[in-house]
Structures are given as structure tokens and as C-alpha cells.
Design a protein around this ligand. Sequence first.
Ligand SMILES: [Fe+2]
Ligand SMILES: [Fe+2]
Length: 304
Amino acid sequence: MKSGHHRLKYHKGRFRSKTKRVKVIERYMRAAFRKMEMSKEVTSAHHFGHVSRVSLYAGKLVNFMGGQKKLQYLARISGYSHDRIRDPTELVSHEERSASYMRELLKKRYEKKPMKIIYEASRRHGELPALSEVGKNIVRDSIVFADKFFEANGAYIAFRRAMFMGERVDRRKQAEGKGWDLKKPEDIRKAAIEFTKDESVKRIKAFSDLSKIPEFMHPFVKYQVEWQKRLLSGLEKGEPGMINLVTTLYTEGLKEKPRQLDPVIKEYKPIAKEDAKFKKEAIDYLDGKLFTKFEELCGKKLRR
Ligand SMILES: [Fe+2]
Ligand SMILES: [Fe+2]
């Protein structure tokens, strides 16, 4: 009786300490992004909201794939830290740099094995694991899947992509090359539509090859890509809602000091049915609710 009581306390203590470790990284990354914001390293594609959602959804994915609690914590930690460093030149990949940087910070506090898992998840988050590798490091798998299928997809990406097109220096030069004056509303609208379409075509193509994606994720990936297709066809057909959405977000991205993407989405005022649907879905995603949809589409737990 007595030892059972002790054991319970011990487990409680362990549980608290792991939760605390996630909290410590969360706080650290929040501060790191605040600093990066001042030196203008933060964009709509790379900001605190991004890493915190990768962390959240990766943790849920590990659970879904049958990973134990301790792996879920490692996924939460890797999710927060996977994009710690963004080097615009990318001479050394940001994956590699973030992984090494975080290892230096964490190695004194983490044992070898969990440290290796965090490091590998971060270092190899840039590309999908080969199908034969899936399951070998589910922390890494879950970071990649959260980064690509949740964060770089779905209705949310319509907002993020349009805003990012405004932020990108190469796209501004491209607009200039086309003779567009990005101070004129008409030209802003043209650029917003053209660039968002252009980028969407590429991304839809990349996500449509399901042969490299684990089968259990196919229904969800298709669902997510469907939103991108709706975005593209809406723009092609000249749907007012879609045009308003991309133009509004692109305009934000063009600003000297763009606001944070998440509040911009929350404050977005739809003008038609279609953009209202995108907004609702994106907000559900921001609020962490997309995992319910994922489970509905992919079935119940894989193992356990
Ligand atoms: Fe990344
Ligand atoms: Fe990322």
C-alpha cells in the first residue's frame, strides 16, 4: 500500500518534470522569436505560431502512431526547436543548423538517447522519411508530417502563402519586372493573384504524389490538398471571396512591418461564402482542432 503510494507520487513527479521541459522550451522559443522579430527574421512562414503548432500536432501524431508518452514529449520539444535558426543564405541548411544549435543548448540536460532523437528529428525535418524508414523514428516522422501536411497545407496555407508572397524579396523583384507598381491597388491585386496561383500550382503538384506518403495518411493529405485546389480554382475563376482573401493577405505582407499572421487571419473579414469557409477552417486549425478531422479521416489509433 505504502510503496504504491510512493510510486504514484514518483510518476506524478516524472510527469510534471516532462511537462515542465516542454514549457521551458516553449518559453525559450517564444523569447528567441521575439528577438528574431526585431531583426526582421520572422515571416508568415516562420514564426512562433508555426513552431508551436508543429509541436502540438507532432505530439498528437506520435500518440496516434502508438508512441509512448516520453516520445510525445520529445516530439513536443523537437517541434518547438526544429526551426530555431533560419539562415537566408542556407549555405548550411537551416535544418542542420537548428539541430546543432539546439543540441549545444540541450545536451547537458538530456540523456544521450533522447538527445539523439531530438537532434535527428530536427536535422532531418526537411524531407519526407522514405516509406521503409517510417516508424523507425516516429518523433522525426511526426515533425515532418506536422510541418508539411498540417502546417504547409489546408485552408490555412491560403492565408500564409498569400502573405508570404508579399514578404518575399524575389517576388517583389518579379513584380517590378512585370511592370507592376506595388503601390497601386490594381497592381497589388494582380500580383497577389498571380503569385499565389503560381506557388499553389507547384505545391499542389508536390503534394499530389502520394507514392512517397504513408498510406494511412492519404485520406488526410488528400483532404488538405483539396483546400489548395479550391484556392487555385477560385483564383482562376475570379471568385470575389478568394481574390479578396489573397489580396488582403498579400497587402499585409507588403507592409514595412507586417502584423503576425495568426491575428491577421482572426481579424480577416470575409466578403463571400468561400472565403468565410477558408477562414473557419483556418481558425479551427490554429485552435488545434484539425486533429479531430485527421482522426476521422485516417481512422482510429494505428496501434495500442
Ligand atoms: Fe524548417
Ligand atoms: Fe518548420
